[in-house]
Ligand binder design. Structure first.
Ligand SMILES: [Zn+2]
Length: 92
């Protein structure tokens, strides 16, 4: 049995910088035309994972103000059954 579970990471380059996903600007700040509307699940879906969870801000790249609005909108949309509260079938 080879010990491949603890693979040495010597092959990786000497990257000191943390791999920070290139800073995404909040799309709602960047584009004023895009509005947060709980009646628009297509926009909201972008901020919901496949399992129906809300994407955290540091991943979605939203600013705190808009993230709050997104969260509110998603919760409303859930109540209106526009978004799933949880995925009906988790295939894995
Ligand atoms: Zn914003």
């Amino acid at each position: 049995m080879s010990d491949e579970r603890s693979a040495p990471r010597t092959s990786s380059g000497p990257r000191k910088k943390r791999t920070f996903q290139r800073r995404k600007v909040c799309r709602f700040c960047a584009d004023k035309a895009v509005t947060i509307d709980y009646k628009d699940p297509r926009t909201l879906r972008y901020f919901v994972s496949e399992r129906g969870k809300i994407i955290p801000r540091r991943i979605s790249g939203n600013c705190s103000a808009h993230q709050r609005q997104i969260t509110e909108a998603i919760k409303r949309a859930r109540n209106l059954a526009l978004l799933p509260i949880a995925s009906p079938h988790v295939m894995s």
